[in-house]
Write a protein that binds this ligand. Structure first.
Ligand code: FAD
Length: 433
């Protein structure tokens, strides 16, 4: 059987993680990407670094700055919450490409102009005039991926990224709420500084393009936090890049010969600080999904269902995280920016209370080795997609035994003592009494 040709469009964290995962499964992969057209700085948590390590993106991991303190001024209170790792995106994106090359992934630096897709494959036209063909396509062009098809969107949101250079100083970042939005700001140790203002795209009263940089400088001059973090150097008009930061869920995350990952499948509100985390999450599961579609087409629907469910669940989780953080700011509840965001996407709680009477066993798709298969999982109010294993132990047989009338001691008796203790604790956390 000839090897399928897989094209990954986009060399951001999602595209790079999928390409490396597919390479590890023995596929020949080609990544096509242009460079981002602006220099950004982004803040990530330790779990993003863990995700990069897990994906084998070691050069990208090494490009993260040492952790720096993160100050949060929200609802009139100020606190230094946790530490943040700053990612200089041009450096991070270059390191992702180094990781791809080191793994033997073919990388074409080019802009994709048009794609023609059919049941027998894809033709990808590049701006250079060249055409590439593929049996399977991974769409990982982030927010630039085409938007055709139904979508779920959060309130329309706009971010204005400003950057300038000043004298070196300690790296730090901060976020503050404002009457019409919020601002994130950071300085790298070499003196590169960033200030990003996020506003409601429909209600923001902004001047024309020519005056935007001066407008942003004037907004900075009103912030005590800006003065404290950057001093007077922040008050000059600086280089500016405007981009949409609306939360978007693309309804179809896959077809029989294509898959969307990262921001191309769903992009979250930057307030959640989870963009790169969600990109890696959807990308890390993708190689098993693609492998199933290519090698076990009889389980193709199951694999697509698996990918779709997880993309949607992740989207809702981060949308609700953002909602709850917006709701903590209560000084401007009636301002358009805050009014909408404190209620979107719904009123469901982030976590459902444990209730063992609701726990049940169903058959559902799971990642089994390098492919998607079906297994019995335990569904709880808080884990609607089901739990297959807890620390390597399948939990459906245990729940079945308990629901069939076996006492706890009998249901656990064949397991080693350490696993018994772990499962007892897990059952209690699920509301078992
Ligand atoms: P991307 O990283 O966007 O990669 C897509 C790649 O595809 C790029 O290399 C691009 O050049 C390439 N490409 C696009 N179009 C084409 C084309 N036609 N042809 C060829 N190549 C193409 N996340 C965080 O974790 N922390 C933050 O602090 C943070 N701040 C953010 C602030 C704002 C204002 C926004 C909008 C997002 C922020 N994010 C943040 C989100 C984060 O940037 C994304 O979630 C993440 O980069 C998505 O990864 P990706 O691989 O899906 O796409």
């Amino acid at each position: 059987m000839p090897k399928p040709r897989i094209l990954v469009l986009g060399a951001g964290p999602a595209g790079a993680a999928v390409a490396l995962g597919l390479r590890r499964l023995g596929y020949e992969v080609c990544v096509v990407s242009e460079w981002r057209r602006f220099a950004a700085l982004e803040g990530v948590s330790q779990r993003v670094l863990d995700g990069l390590r897990h994906a084998g993106l070691t050069r990208a991991l090494a490009s993260a700055a040492a952790p720096s303190p993160r100050r949060v001024d929200w609802n009139g209170a100020s606190q230094v919450l946790n530490q943040e790792f700053l990612l200089d995106r041009p450096r991070f994106d270059a390191a992702l490409r180094d990781d791809l090359r080191a793994a033997g992934v073919e990388l074409i630096e080019a802009r994709v102009r048009q794609i023609d897709s059919g049941a027998d494959g894809h033709r990808v036209a590049l701006e250079s005039g060249a055409t590439l063909t593929a049996d399977f396509l991974v769409e990982a062009r982030g927010r630039q991926a085409p938007l055709a098809g139904g979508r779920r969107r959060g309130p329309e949101t706009l971010s204005l990224l400003n950057r300038w250079q000043q004298a070196p100083g300690p790296a730090a970042s901060a976020v503050e709420s404002l009457v019409d939005g919020w601002a994130w700001m950071a300085r790298l140790a070499d003196g590169r500084c960033y200030w990003q203002l996020t506003l409601d795209a429909a209600n923001a009263e902004l001047p024309g393009k020519e005056q935007l940089a001066a407008y942003c400088a004037q907004r900075r001059s009103q912030s005590a936090l800006v003065q404290e973090l950057f001093g007077a150097a922040a008050l000059q008009a600086s280089e500016l890049h405007a981009r949409s930061s609306t939360a978007i869920l693309f309804h179809e995350a896959s077809g029989t010969n294509w898959l969307r990952v990262g921001d191309a499948a769903m992009a979250v509100d930057p307030l959640s600080g989870n963009g790169i985390f969600q990109s890696l999450s959807s990308a890390l599961q993708a190689p098993a999904v693609i492998n199933t579609l290519l090698r076990h087409p009889e389980r193709g629907e199951l694999a697509r269902h698996f990918h779709q469910q997880r993309v949607e669940q992740l989207f809702l989780r981060f949308a609700r995280t953002g909602r709850d953080f917006y709701a903590l700011e209560q000084r401007w509840n009636e301002q358009p920016f805050w009014r909408e965001r404190r209620h979107w996407p719904d009123s469901a709680p982030m976590h459902a209370a444990a209730d063992f009477s609701q726990v049940h066993v169903v058959r559902a798709p799971v990642i089994c080795g390098d492919a998607i298969d079906e297994a019995e999982v335990v569904v709880t109010a808080d884990q609607p997609l089901g739990i297959w294993h807890v620390q390597g132990v399948a939990v459906a047989p245990l729940v079945r035994a308990l629901q069939g009338g076996a006492g706890l001691d009998r249901a656990l008796r064949d397991l080693p003592p350490a696993q018994q203790a772990m499962l007892r604790a897990w059952l209690v956390s699920q509301g078992y009494r």
